[in-house]
Ligand binder design. Structure first.
Ligand SMILES: [Zn+2]
Length: 385
């Protein structure tokens, strides 16, 4: 399953949580076959270049240059951004085996759920307490009624007692907060109604995995100039009036993080500032309680390897590894290749659905160790202090 079909599946499944619909397993091996283009049946016919569609364009690199295969990450890895993809005991076992093979020590399962749904996921994964951590969501029921807060705080405390170690993934793509199936249209993270929840999470030592906005191309015009058109069109936001834009959401993120200094926030996916890493750098510099995860933005940063690796060097103490892309060994290995190697001009359209070619960052051992492991370990250990 490539990232586009994976995301489509995750979205249909209410962001992959709790529903026994299509599994990340089973379909994965079939879709991941080299040369099989799950999304591009048109390529089965020989398309004329005159009529070839961008979504079907699958160039192959012609360069005779080094190709680095990284079976296992250079250092033990903590994956700070994943979801309960494995639904059965057998699938969980298979995932653990994959993690062993590629060198992932521990995975944060962002369940986005509360109540019985959280408890059942927690129970399913309880056989491997050293390999998986369960993070719960928020219950936004009654967010639009006076007195919202007390019940949500109570449920957060209950989840923590049931085993939740953090909170996530909480989304706000501009229309208001969402935690899996629970949502709060129009209420953004910096809303005073959210104060009690953020504060309680800090008090309980639960870090927050917070996803704001979406990649910039989705806000731009869907035309010939849109650099990320093939993914942007599917996830477009340009046609949604009244939505808070990307810059506005990043400001909201910063205001939230500033208001709650005793709470640790992890901005998912570089806060969607993969196109403007300097802006993310400013936010990190201003906010000691802010981290960023690098999940699901590998393809968006690999086209700019020199600028990206400089950014990693500058903020090596605040970036944490994450995937958010299923459980396949091939998926993990692509992320290692981008972080570790100096390979150039390679395509991973099966994983990411972009026609762009990618390049490795060649990060140093010291930086890799921080991003793969040490920053996350430090952040997680701080909870027990
Ligand atoms: Zn995610």
């Amino acid at each position: 399953m490539n990232r586009r079909s994976f995301l489509k599946w995750a979205n249909m499944a209410g962001l992959a949580v709790g529903l026994p619909s299509v599994s990340a397993f089973g379909t994965a091996s079939e879709d991941a076959k080299p040369g099989s283009l799950a999304n591009a049946p048109a390529t089965k016919k020989v398309a004329s270049p005159e009529t070839l569609l961008l979504k079907d364009y699958r160039p192959k690199s012609i360069y005779k240059i080094p190709v680095t295969e990284i079976a296992k990450a250079k250092f033990p890895v903590i994956d700070m951004h994943s979801h309960p993809y494995a639904k059965t005991a057998r699938e969980i076992e298979e995932w653990v085996k994959n993690m062993d093979e590629v060198g992932v020590e521990k995975t944060m399962i962002l369940t986005m759920t509360t109540g019985a749904e959280f408890d059942s996921i927690q129970k399913k994964y309880s056989k491997y307490p050293d390999r998986f951590e369960m993070w719960c969501g928020f219950d936004f029921a009654g967010h639009d009624k006076p007195g919202f807060g007390a019940a949500a705080v109570k449920e957060l405390e209950r989840c923590q007692q049931a085993g939740a170690r953090g909170v996530g993934e909480i989304h706000d793509k501009g229309k208001g907060l969402r935690s899996g199936k629970s949502n709060a249209p129009g209420m953004h993270p910096d809303d005073v109604r959210m104060d009690a929840l953020w504060e309680k999470a800090g008090e309980l030592g639960m870090p927050i995995s917070l996803h704001v906005a979406d990649p910039i191309w989705m806000y731009q015009k869907m035309d010939r100039y849109n650099d990320g058109l093939m993914n942007a069109y599917e996830w477009r936001l340009d046609n949604q009036p009244g939505i808070v834009g990307l810059a506005g959401m990043v400001d909201i993120l910063e205001r939230t993080v500033q208001r709650h200094r005793n709470t640790t926030f992890i901005a998912c996916h570089f806060a969607n500032l993969d196109y403007d890493l300097a802006r993310l750098g400013e936010a990190l510099d201003r906010n000691p309680n802010l981290y960023a995860d690098i999940s699901a933005r590998y393809a968006e940063t690999a086209p700019i390897p020199r600028f990206a690796s400089q950014f990693y060097a500058k903020h090596a103490d605040r970036l944490v590894y994450g995937t958010d892309m299923g459980v396949d060994k091939a998926m993990y290995r692509v992320t290692f290749r981008i972080l570790e190697s100096l390979d150039e001009h390679f395509y991973e359209a099966e994983q990411f659905s972009y026609h762009w070619s990618l390049n490795g960052f060649g990060l140093s051992g010291a930086i890799l160790k921080q991003v793969y492991h040490d920053n996350a370990a430090k952040l997680l250990a701080a909870r027990r202090a």
